[in-house]
Write a protein that binds this ligand. Structure first.
Ligand code: WTA
Length: 649
């Protein structure tokens, strides 16, 4: 708490050259947005987007909450990210790739254009991928992943990337929900010096289901032996060389879907978050310029995986739309040693480094003094995302990595928001450690109660975005009712439903917003979002389990870890239940869903109407005193029994 009060002022030298140089500039922008919301967005849309046909209306709210931005405007996101840069940046590095084993490849904007055009032709002409078709990517961190994303954007296909850590079952579910026509994958890639495999997961998924898939396009990365289904599987490396170097881009509508990205919510089934074209790319580019203050010669490194929204917006779309150099890294920042990330910063003269608090905690723990061994003087801005950052990790990041010179932008946002929502501006905002500070200009973030009333200073409440914004989620794929109820069903302000993030937050006396964490049943393990209901559904597939409840427990490195209570069927004793359940979670969802704690209990605390009292289970998992009234439970004695079991675990 004490560190929170200390204000870190922006570095004056940096501020002088920054896009937003001081708080006056911030307030000028934000006040303009408050006074003339559409005018504010119009100005930036006109300045930043290469419109191929003008839009007719900035914001159409007539079908709320299905908002439309820049109605009937025409553009193409691959033009925005590539073609329009070719006049003056053809030879500039667009993607700087470093492989796990240290191999480096520089792909200029001209080369990127060639790769993307060829891949677009391949998809279109060899596989008949049409505008609106869905293409699932199950890919490692290699440049071909970016080519595939941009090739889809070029021909108007909708990509849906499934994180390479998801299991075949999870992949199959996502393929089926999106009804994908084609899957693009790789044989595998390298991690920690060794090859790992991806293609076989696709094979398994397509054995289990995914009947809509007509073809699998396989990029060869590690050349390890793989199974090959004749007629279905196709070799990218062989086919690509004969593709024509030019593929004219489709004229896309502002609102045409650009991609789907599945994410967890508080119910069992993952949601296909659907993003649009114009609003998304506009905000991806604007936040690169404002929050990372990216300049022409910068080398930007975001360590996320392209399978998450951070990888979409801040490895591919944002940096390329802004015309900068984006670093893509195949490996892990702690291999071959805890200095790898810092060596890369030194070697590539990285100017902005963007990572998750979990990674910062790991790097801190594994090599407190490691950053001092390298020349990190190129760094200007450090970023964090995905979970609240604790003050000790923040302090180390600021002092040891940033040499007390770099601003730390603690960026709060979500898969659904498309880009940053609440974050310091590195040249303007005085920073408090562990605080996301203020909403970005144009974003109307408020902490409300369920009736839409503003919370008092210091009081916890529900973090809501009270006006639609260009990069917002447009729909849940195939489920508009769920979209409306999941995001606009909880809080109404002045009678109007507003977007509720699912996060709790509080505002301090300076108007700064601190994110407290999810208030719904979503767990955040190392910045990976997982719904408790999704995990419970997977565990319930075990025949010996009758009841299951999943909660989060605070974890020193991961932020949160998964804590599972299970009730076994009468007469069942299973000494190996923990391994068994974790194997099940790994095959149903992926290794990221493995639990740290699985305890077998005689029953769950329930009200007389049968509702599981999760608050009690959360408190027990945290080792907290039970303060709530348990006398109304069906069987109050169960609480004591669970506490005993939890202590033993
Ligand atoms: C959490 C990741 C605190 C939050 C971009 C949100 C954060 C969820 C921060 C979205 C932050 C993200 N401080 N919490 N700076 N950034 N979160 O969809 O709970 O994977 O709702 O998007 O991560 O996770 P998602």
């Amino acid at each position: 708490m004490s560190t929170q009060k200390i204000l870190y002022q922006p570095n004056p030298e940096f501020a002088a050259k920054a896009a937003i140089k001081n708080m006056d500039m911030y307030w000028k922008l934000q006040n303009k947005a408050i006074e003339d919301y559409e005018g504010f967005w119009k100005e930036f849309a006109d300045e930043k987007i290469d419109w191929l046909a003008p839009y007719e209306k900035v914001l159409d709210e007539s079908n709320a909450p299905f908002y439309e931005w820049f109605t009937n405007g025409k553009l193409n996101v691959s033009n925005q990210c590539i073609d329009r840069h070719l006049a003056d940046k053809a030879h500039k590095t667009a993607i700087l790739f470093e492989g796990d084993r240290g191999d480096v490849e520089r792909i200029s904007y001209a080369q990127l254009s060639l790769h993307v055009n060829r891949m677009a032709n391949l998809l279109k002409h060899e596989f008949n991928v049409q505008k609106g078709d869905r293409v699932v990517l199950y890919m490692p961190m290699i440049p071909e992943s970016a080519y595939a994303m941009l090739a889809c954007a070029r021909i108007g296909a909708i990509h849906s990337i499934v994180f390479g850590g998801f299991s075949s079952e999870a992949l199959k579910d996502r393929i089926e929900d999106a009804e994908a026509k084609i899957v693009i994958t790789a044989d595998g890639a390298y991690r920690k010096g060794k090859p790992y495999m991806l293609k076989q997961v696709v094979d398994e998924a397509l054995t289990q289901g995914g009947k809509s898939v007509e073809a699998v396009l396989v990029v060869k990365r590690n050349n390890e032996p793989i199974e090959w289904v004749e007629g279905r599987d196709h070799n990218y490396n062989e086919l690509i060389t004969s593709q024509h170097a030019e593929c004219p881009f489709e004229l896309m509508d502002s609102e045409d879907p650009l991609f789907l990205l599945y994410t967890s919510g508080s119910t069992g089934k993952p949601k296909g978050v659907q993003h649009g074209s114009a609003g998304y790319i506009l905000w991806a580019q604007m936040t690169m310029e404002w929050v990372f203050d990216v300049k022409c010669d910068d080398v930007f490194w975001c360590t996320a995986d392209i399978g998450w929204i951070t990888g979409h917006t801040y490895i591919v779309y944002g940096p390329l739309a802004a015309g900068t150099t984006t670093l893509m890294f195949e490996g892990v920042p702690t291999y071959p040693d805890a200095g790898r990330a810092w060596k890369m910063v030194q070697d590539h003269k990285i100017t902005q480094f963007y990572t998750a608090p979990t990674a910062i905690r790991v790097l801190h723990k594994m090599g407190e003094d490691e950053p001092k061994k390298y020349d990190l003087s190129s760094l200007k801005v450090l970023g964090t995302v995905g979970e609240p950052i604790d003050p000790p990790a923040w302090k180390w990041y600021y002092e040891t990595v940033g040499n007390s010179k770099c601003a730390i932008v603690d960026t709060y946002w979500q898969t659904e928001t498309g880009g940053h929502m609440i974050s310091p501006l590195p040249g303007a905002t005085p920073i408090k450690a562990g605080c996301a500070t203020l909403a970005l200009p144009g974003i109307m973030a408020e902490v409300l109660n369920i009736d839409g009333e503003t919370k008092e200073v210091g009081e916890g409440g529900l973090l809501c975005i009270t006006k639609p914004w260009p990069a917002m989620i447009r729909n849940i794929w195939g489920d508009p009712d769920r979209y409306a109820s999941a995001y606009f069903g909880d809080v109404a302000k002045d009678g109007q439903p507003v977007y509720f993030t699912g996060d709790g937050a509080r505002v301090d006396e300076d108007g700064y917003i601190t994110i407290v964490g999810r208030v719904d049943d979503v767990i955040n393990v190392s910045g990976h979002r997982m719904g408790t209901a999704e995990i419970e559904a997977a565990v319930a597939k075990d025949d010996s389990v009758t009841e299951v409840a999943v909660v989060a427990r605070p974890h020193e490195i991961k932020g949160e870890s998964i804590f599972i209570y299970i009730v076994l069927k009468d007469g069942h004793i299973n000494a190996d239940i923990k391994n068994h359940i974790n194997a099940l979670l790994s095959s149903e969802i992926g290794n990221i869903a493995k639990a740290d704690h699985i305890i077998e209990v005689p029953g769950l605390p329930k009200t007389r109407s049968g509702k599981i009292m999760r608050r009690i289970l959360r408190s027990i998992a945290k080792g907290e005193e039970i303060t709530q009234d348990i006398s109304t439970l069906e069987d109050p004695s169960i609480v004591e029994q669970i506490i005993t079991k939890a202590r033993e675990a």
